[in-house]
Design a protein around this ligand. Structure first.
Ligand SMILES: *[C@@H]1O[C@H](CO)[C@@H](O)[C@H](O)[C@H]1NC(C)=O
Length: 236
């Protein structure tokens, strides 16, 4: 009975917190998200569940969370994506802030370095209805190396507080065994006072931060050949 009561209280408080949330991945599963189809916490990990997983990492004024928000996922099975595959990702949308600019990036080194694999500037998620699960296709590069990777959705909103969002999913890429991936390193704008400031697009007469996106630096990551015993690999 006691357990039931606390579960009910937890459910209530999570609903309250989700009501001022914004956007995150729903598929693939975001790290430590509260979704029943995602890896679940162990008995001693319930305090680590992020019931506010859709919230931003902070604003241009102050940083509240690191890139990805969380250092790891709960133990579970990573989805495997194939190089060249277009993944129908699903975003958990609370409000869309009139869209913004999305970058999707992969890291093969646990978040130390990132390579952008897809951009959608200015109108990203602008047509996502409030309180919806919204599908966005993301293509894994045809030459992506094989390995455990983090897929990071990074977003600067057009309207409202000058925020940065980052939602990370632990995945496995099946591609070239031993290879490299080139692209640009992502822009982390509106992420603390020393980051570039992208103003509200409407207020600024259409400035959406193009000069900062254009200035992203080229990067190549090299992933050593590896033995992946099974197609599905656990989170750790
Ligand atoms: C990845 O980095 C985080 C810190 O950001 C650390 O807590 C975690 O243990 C690392 N995971 C692996 C598999 O090295």
């Amino acid at each position: 009975m006691k357990l039931l009561v606390s579960a009910a209280i937890l459910a209530l408080s999570s609903m309250a917190m989700l009501s001022d949330a914004h956007i995150s991945f729903r598929y693939p599963c975001p790290r430590r998200g509260p979704y029943s189809e995602c890896p679940q916490p162990k008995d001693n990990e319930w305090n680590l569940v992020d019931y506010d997983v859709q919230s931003p990492l902070g604003t241009h004024d102050s940083i509240s969370d690191p890139i990805c928000k969380h250092p790891s996922s709960f133990a579970g099975v990573r989805p495997t994506f194939t190089a060249g595959q277009t993944v129908q990702t699903k975003m958990d949308v609370d409000v869309n802030h009139n869209g913004g600019s999305c970058q999707w990036a992969l890291s093969y080194d646990n978040g130390s370095t990132w390579v952008v694999i897809q951009d959608q500037f200015q109108n990203c998620l602008a047509s996502a209805p409030a309180s919806s699960t919204y599908t966005v296709p993301v293509t894994i590069p045809a030459n992506a190396p094989t390995g455990k990777a983090i897929l990071n959705w990074i977003w600067n909103n057009n309207e409202g507080n000058r925020e940065l969002y980052s939602s990370c999913a632990d995945v496995v890429i099946q591609g070239t065994n031993g290879g490299s991936l080139s692209g640009v390193a992502p822009l982390f704008a509106n992420y603390g006072p020393s980051s570039p400031l992208i103003p509200e697009r409407a207020v600024s007469g259409g400035d959406w931060g193009k000069k900062y996106f254009d200035a992203r630096k080229p990067i190549t990551v090299t992933v050593p050949a590896q033995k992946l015993k099974r197609q599905v690999v656990d989170m750790n």
